[in-house]
Design a protein around this ligand. Structure first.
Ligand code: BG6
Length: 482
């Protein structure tokens, strides 16, 4: 039987809440990222911080200098009730939001959570439930308490697994009865492409990352995921656990056998590796060869492997914005994509930021995830990042966003007809938030506009874009016919 899909919207604490030090919140790894736009031909460099960059950021923030967009977000912390009322009017079934680890545990290693942090998320959960929406909670969306980076070496240190479990247990004990779906981590494969965002690794001042540190950190996050799921099953067994990766729908650059091999191999390491561990409960064979060939050593215990086998997730989810092209020879013109760069695909158009628009890729990814895991699949993020214009009369016309969504929804429904067990679709940045990749306000995803610019100036007033009414009536007519 085909499920009735859930339609949702999402934000992430570091891109949305602001209030970076309100209620004793500690600084986290996103707060210290300076404004540094990432253009269509950029690499991932903008997201990587060295120890000296962090020291400068801390000095700037203490002196109230510099432009640090994540400390402001879009002031979601101060617009909570208004925003939830807008989401209720939009008619979404489910709201995905993330918790700020540093709002609940400012340093990350306290024995007890912050009372102010608890009080804030009490309000969030109660408001979402009162509005009749299901909750989809991301325990961490990139933001790691900065103290854990500086004092522990972040996720390279096995001690973070227990600290994370303490944080997760706090969440489940307090709000577990109000959690419908959750993810232990956002885009866990970001640890590989974007080690600052994903696993909080400082970029060495004078050289590349140590890949053993990167993969050891990722492994620790996998173990933490399994322990979080174990805790949830004890405390609030009705919640449903997921894993999440950034999906790129890879194509080989040409039909040469070498390009096809590169495509398969990169796809395994970049995308399937966490899914195989977290959803299928196995340490995949191809990683042994990858570690050997790259001189990487990772400490994996028998107990870790047992945890993977016993505590795999209930559903799989992924973010999808664009597809990517990979090739053996470095002879293609590059363009940016989410977390990664890609060779340009001549069959596709791209956004102003170079992300290649590929609705059919969504159907392909849904089939690929289901085929690999045989678990229900959630599209936990998708949307169109664009520059919107606020007209003099207060309206915002965004037909490009409507077209993007319409074309992707068609493919989502086709995947369901293919037989994929799809749970739902969650629109990324449903209320405008700061872009995670480029730190810009200029790159917006929302159906609700927030009046703020890249310098943080503006009223932060909320306004409905044309896409708001379009999404609302799409959901309404979907439910009237399903
Ligand atoms: C995903 C992240 O990778 O892509 C989000 O989970 C992010 O945090 C989204 O905002 C879109 O990327 P960007 O760089 O356009 O904000």
């Amino acid at each position: 039987m085909t499920r009735t899909l859930m339609w949702g919207g999402a934000t992430a604490s570091s891109q949305y809440e602001g209030a970076a030090t309100v209620g004793g919140k500690g600084l986290d790894t996103q707060d210290v990222r300076p404004w540094k736009p990432r253009t269509s031909n950029a690499t991932c460099e903008t997201r990587l911080l060295t120890a000296s960059a962090v020291a400068k950021a801390k000095a700037d923030l203490a002196a109230r200098e510099g432009n640090y967009p994540f400390t402001r977000g879009t002031q979601g912390h101060d617009h909570l009730e208004e925003d939830i009322a807008l989401l209720q009017e939009l008619g979404i079934d489910i709201y995905r939001f993330s918790l700020s680890w540093a709002r609940l545990f400012p340093q990350g290693d306290e024995a007890e959570p912050s009372p102010e942090g608890l009080a804030y998320y009490d309000r969030v959960f109660e408001a979402v439930r009162a509005a009749g929406m299901k909750t989809f909670v991301t325990l961490t969306h990139y933001a790691i308490p900065l103290h854990l980076v500086e004092a522990y070496g972040s996720w390279t240190n096995r001690a973070l697994i227990d600290l994370y479990e303490r944080f997760a247990r706090t969440v489940f004990e307090r709000w577990g009865s109000m959690i419908d779906y959750y993810l232990p981590f956002n885009e866990i494969n970001a640890g590989y492409f974007s080690p600052w965002n994903g696993v909080g690794l400082l970029r060495p001042e004078d050289g590349p990352y140590d890949q053993s540190a990167v993969f050891q950190s990722l492994h620790h996050q996998f173990v933490a995921s399994a322990k979080v799921i174990r805790a949830q099953r004890e405390i609030c067994p009705d919640a449903r656990s997921g894993c999440m990766v950034a999906a790129f729908c890879y194509y080989p650059h040409t039909c040469s056998p070498e390009d096809n091999w590169i495509k398969l191999h990169d796809e395994q390491v970049n995308m399937w590796y966490p899914v195989d561990v977290l959803a299928c409960g196995i340490q995949p064979y191809y990683m042994d060869a990858f570690y050997r060939d790259h001189g990487i050593t990772v400490d994996i215990t028998d107990e870790d492997l047992e945890l993977f086998a016993r505590y795999s997730c209930d559903f799989v989810s992924f973010s999808y914005y664009s597809s990517s092209v990979l090739g053996a020879a470095d002879n293609g013109e590059q363009t940016a994509g989410n977390l990664v760069c890609s060779i340009k695909n001549p069959y596709l158009e791209a956004s102003e930021w170079g992300w290649q628009i590929d609705p059919v890729g969504l159907r392909t990814q849904l089939n690929a995830f289901y085929d690999r895991t045989h678990k229900p699949v959630f599209v936990s993020e998708c949307g169109f990042g664009a520059r919107d214009r606020l007209e003099d009369d207060g309206s915002i016309h965004d037909p490009y966003r409507v077209e993007y969504l319409e074309r992707h929804f068609e493919q989502l429904l086709l995947a369901q007809q293919d037989g994929v067990d799809v749970l739902g679709f969650i629109l990324w940045g449903v209320i405008d938030i700061v872009s995670a990749g480029s730190c810009e306000m200029a790159k917006r995803y929302g159906v609700v506009y927030v009046d703020a610019d890249d310098r943080g100036e503006g009223t932060y007033e909320r306004r409905k874009k044309d896409s708001f009414d379009w999404y609302r009536s799409y959901i309404e007519s979907y439910h009237a016919t399903h």
